[in-house]
Design a protein. Structure first.
Length: 342
């Protein structure tokens, strides 16, 4: 019995061969299908983990999804905000593992960094398609790191964007964003948070703001119809959107349990929340009439999304005939004797 291994070289070859747009479009489609398949969601508990790193500013988490009778996907993910500046590594590093539900055998293992970034962008595209005005043309990005690239890419696939306004507390990150997003063919301008609030139809907050240092939006000049994808809150006490904005907005979380514990929703009572994003996908009428008011998607990222993202990656790998098959686990010739070797 063999395990499929997708290395970084395999993932690069898959994306280069299929193209960035096809990869993102398929992720959006598959994620939307999964959200709408309410009877086949499986079991996705809230993620768990522990604080780590200097002054406990980093975290290591595990995110499991169980599809009974079929498979289990577990992503192990490390969030380290100092990585880009100190180690020239991504802020978010992770790996995916897929297990057979019947035998527990490891079926596949692969990169979790790119699938995480792409599925996070795809989730924002799905939420924005439901809650933002269809004629939205200006995207504002508060935070210009790696996640900002896939947010802009995903939203460009479902809206005809004319301009992207970008802000980052690190001026070099904001200045370099235009080059990193050049493949989109959309005008990019560096702007202040106030300018982004005044001009944007859709805003994505994708920052590494520290615990207790938020919010990153001012909330004073927001357009009355703005839709906000809040991505960065992922720890208790960490948030990006002012409480006054959340109180006046229609707020939909991706996973209510996670969002109340560590997302923007930790600032609210459960009674103040709208339906979860999958529920809006199942019944879009729940989102109707919201496009002319302020709306917020609280995106904490949950393991069903990772399960779907790994599905997409494995599907593309199979189509391209890419991936190593290795005998990783010790499966003895005699199941009752660990010292018997095949």
């Amino acid at each position: 019995m063999e395990t499929t291994v997708l290395t970084r070289q395999h993932v690069a070859k898959i994306v280069q061969g299929k193209g960035l747009d096809l990869f993102m479009d398929r992720m959006i489609d598959r994620l939307d299908e999964a959200f709408r398949a309410e009877n086949r969601w499986g079991i996705t508990p809230a993620r768990d983990g522990f604080l780590r790193g200097p002054r406990n500013t980093a975290v290591l988490e595990w995110m499991p999804h169980h599809q009974p009778g079929d498979s289990i996907t577990i992503k192990t993910v490390a969030y380290t905000p100092t990585n880009p500046s100190t180690h020239q590594l991504p802020t978010i590093i992770g790996t995916m593992a897929r297990y057979d539900d019947v035998t527990g055998r490891l079926l596949a293992v692969g990169d979790g960094i790119l699938p995480t970034a792409v599925r996070t962008g795809a989730a924002s595209a799905i939420a924005s398609r439901l809650l933002a005005r269809p004629d939205s043309r200006v995207l504002g990005l508060v935070g210009a790191g790696a996640q900002a690239v896939t947010q802009a890419h995903a939203l460009s696939r479902v809206f005809r964007l004319d301009r992207i306004l970008v802000h980052d507390i690190e001026p070099a990150h904001a200045e370099s964003f235009a080059e990193r997003a050049e493949f989109l063919g959309i005008d990019v301008e560096v702007a202040s948070v106030a300018e982004i609030e005044a001009a944007s139809d859709i805003i994505c907050t994708v920052t590494s703001v520290g615990v207790g240092d938020g919010p990153v939006l001012h909330g004073e000049r927001l357009r009355p119809h703005v839709h906000i994808n809040a991505i960065g809150a992922d720890l208790i006490g960490k948030f990006e959107v002012p409480l006054s904005v959340l109180k006046s907005a229609f707020v939909t979380p991706d996973h209510q349990g996670q969002a109340l514990r560590e997302g923007e929703c930790q600032q609210l009572d459960q009674s103040e929340l709208g339906p979860e994003l999958p529920a809006l996908c199942v019944d879009p009428a729940l989102a109707e009439g919201r496009r002319e008011q302020v709306t917020v998607f609280d995106s904490t990222g949950f393991a069903l999304e990772d399960h779907v993202a790994f599905d997409v990656l494995l599907e593309l790998a199979e189509e391209a005939g890419i991936g190593d098959r290795v005998q990783l686990e010790h499966l003895p010739e005699d199941a009752l004797n660990p010292y018997s070797f095949q």
